[in-house]
Design a protein around this ligand. Structure first.
Ligand code: SR1
Ligand code: MG
Length: 386
């Protein structure tokens, strides 16, 4: 039949056709698209006992429309990432019921009983003790399993080749790792940040450091990444009295530098801290970088004895983790900068009564993380910057 764009009305027939729904009762469907890129529908039986989510990639960026074409094959990368995570951390992603490569559509668990982490933070909640620990473990589990420590060399080469995702990587290379430092139509900012935006653009040392991070992003195929691990890609809540953390939306997945996943998460936690500080609601926000790093490091070290190539010795592990730490800080800084003066700003800041002070603090912190990443030796050293 070929690729067709699914609509609310066509979802019931689609689910039946694909074998996801076998009873003949009414299926109620609502569109809950939220992210920048795709459409998401929730389908439920009238009595609410059955429900599924359908996510479809459109041939363009959803929020921009057909003026920004984008291959729907990005959904293939998402399906591939979920497949890899399901092997090593199935408890940290939604259950996937099937992927339809022809229509670039995923049928998955309905997570509407959970909430997007960014949303609950913006509403004033704290992180709690589990969320960032689970995120750190998630990054370590996926990274280790898909690195040369977790896979035989030839299998890894095949994974790297299969995971090449030029269009989505180019978005990141542009919107995160270059545009904010040059004049670009995607860039915009609050008028009271103009002086700082100009200062960052004129800062040649900063630009060289971002060039270094950009090149790392383009060339360092350490492991399969989520690729867009911000607080809008994490659902949190409770099921049967147990805290639940689910990472979703890995359509930007590719084999890249592990620090990119940690860095994106850190950037978003640091900005959430600036929001909370501005509102006088700061609780555990600034602890999240340290919590996720320590959980990442502990999980990676736990997995190390299972490595497939023991030429990599324990001393090398220390060196490797140190590099991941430093690179994560740099990527965190770049993500903060773009979220304030580049493309796709954060509601954490834009919904503040006065976004300027927190945005200025975020931008300055972003610059520090980029240019001083090599000398910031610990989560405590980062906290001292805030
Ligand atoms: C056109 S996409 C803009 C941003 O949305 C995604 O969530 C990524 O962060 C990307 O940079
Ligand atoms: Mg997304």
């Amino acid at each position: 039949m070929g690729y067709r764009i699914l609509e609310t009305d066509s979802i019931p027939a689609y689910l039946r056709e694909r074998g996801h729904w076998d009873d003949a009762g009414e299926i109620r469907v609502r569109e809950v698209s939220d992210g920048n890129m795709n459409r998401v529908f929730l389908a439920a039986s009238v009595d609410g006992t059955r429900s599924l989510a359908v996510k479809q990639a459109l041939p363009w960026v959803r929020v921009a429309g057909p003026s920004w074409p984008m291959s729907p094959e990005r959904a293939d990368a998402e399906a591939r990432a979920y497949e890899q995570v399901a092997r090593v951390a199935p408890d940290k992603i939604p259950a996937i019921h099937g992927y339809d490569g022809e229509n670039h559509a995923l049928v998955m668990e309905d997570m509407s009983d959970l909430e997007v982490l960014r949303t609950v933070l913006n509403e004033g909640a704290s992180y709690g003790p589990d969320t960032s620990v689970r995120i750190g473990e998630f990054v370590a589990q996926l990274a280790f399993a898909t690195s040369d420590f977790g896979m035989e060399s030839a299998d890894r080469k095949a994974l790297v080749a299969a995971s090449v995702s030029p269009e989505l990587c180019k978005i990141t290379e542009d919107v995160v790792l270059s545009e904010p430092y040059v004049e670009h139509e995607h860039n915009h900012w609050h008028p009271d940040l103009s002086d700082l935006a100009a200062e960052l653009r004129a800062d040649t040392r900063l630009r060289t450091e971002v060039a270094d991070l950009r090149h790392l992003f383009m060339t360092s195929a350490q492991a399969l990444l989520h690729g867009d691990l911000h607080t809008g890609s994490v659902m949190v809540g409770e099921r049967e009295g147990t805290p639940v953390v689910r990472v979703f939306d890995p359509e930007f997945s590719f084999t890249g530098p592990i620090g990119f996943d940690l860095g994106l998460y850190w950037a978003n936690t640091l900005v959430s801290a600036e929001r909370a500080r501005a509102l006088g609601t700061l609780t555990d926000h600034a602890d999240q970088l340290g919590l996720s790093w320590r959980a990442f490091e502990a999980q990676f070290r736990r997995l190390w004895p299972t490595r497939v190539d023991t030429f990599f010795d324990d001393a090398y592990l220390d060196r490797f983790l140190r590099r991941v730490w430093t690179e994560s800080l740099g990527f965190a800084g770049a993500e903060i900068v773009r979220r304030v003066i580049g493309f796709a700003h954060l509601t954490d800041l834009t919904t503040l009564p006065d976004p300027v002070p927190a945005s200025r603090r975020s931008l300055l912190l972003g610059r520090e993380l980029i240019v001083r990443r090599a000398e910031l030796a610990s989560p405590e050293a980062v906290r001292a910057l805030t």
